[in-house]
Design a protein around this ligand. Structure first.
Ligand code: C5P
Length: 232
């Protein structure tokens, strides 16, 4: 069974490419960023102060542990319906809010939180997530920041997607590169915070770098399809 691990910074187009790749091969799809976003959403929802000068890491870890082990959280593995649910509520949209985006690195930077999520992600990639039968007998595409290095370093296909910073900022804001500096989320700040705990700016040994700065969506997808075809 083929496992495809894709890492890269914010705004590089990982999610849309990874989803399309999963559709192409009829594989399952795991958005690990959505799991960190859902954890941050849950903490905010529980009234935990993520703006405090020194965050209560134990409180956050306990809240996230309850979220994952207490059956509050689920994520869909079908690339056509990668729904994120909390206590029966569809939070797929809510976890993309600027409030969650600006707090997520504080949660993902807590090492015991990472251990909880990494364990859950490994179980899902190995098909041990009984709650979702979609992945049964299928390959899987998992994307994030530490999939090629920590979560699934033995994946059959390992890719680091990169693009120049101004290109990524423009993709995130949906504007042209010329005006992107004016508005939109500061992806560079999030990457700086994230790169303190995960290494996604340079490729680890055996990981193929795909710089898509000058590629359109289809060209990027074609490159990834080629890499998976070579591994099958
Ligand atoms: O990929 P996305 O931008 O949705 O990820 C949201 C956040 O989740 C990242 O900024 C990072 O803080 C965290 N993350 C992580 N490790 C991963 C995936 C995401 O720390 N494997």
């Amino acid at each position: 069974m083929i496992r495809v691990a894709i890492d890269g910074p914010a705004g590089v187009g990982k999610s849309s490419t990874a989803k399309a790749l999963a559709r192409h091969f009829r594989y399952a799809y795991l958005d690990t960023g959505a799991m960190y976003r859902a954890s941050a959403w849950w903490c905010l929802h529980q009234g935990i102060d993520l703006d405090a000068p020194s965050i209560d890491e134990q409180q956050v870890t306990e809240a996230v542990a309850e979220f994952f082990t207490g059956d509050h959280f689920s994520i869909g593995l079908d690339p056509d319906a990668p729904k994120v649910m909390a206590d029966g509520e569809d939070i797929s949209e809510a976890i993309r809010s600027s409030e969650v985006s600006s707090h997520v690195s504080k949660v993902s930077g807590i090492i015991p939180v990472r251990h909880l999520l990494i364990a859950a992600q490994r179980a899902t990639i190995l098909g041990e997530n009984a709650a979702d039968s979609f992945s049964e007998g299928r390959g899987i595409v998992a994307e994030g920041r530490d999939i090629t290095t920590v979560v699934a370093p033995d994946a059959e296909v390992r890719v680091l997607m990169t693009a120049r910073e101004e290109v990524r900022q423009a993709r995130r804001t949906g504007q042209s590169a010329a005006v992107s500096a004016v508005g939109g989320e500061d992806v560079a700040a999030r990457d700086r915070a994230d790169s303190k705990v995960t290494s996604f700016l340079t490729a680890a040994d055996g990981v193929t770098t795909v710089d898509n700065s000058d590629m359109d969506f289809q060209q990027t997808l074609d490159v990834l399809v080629g890499l998976v075809d070579d591994a099958i």
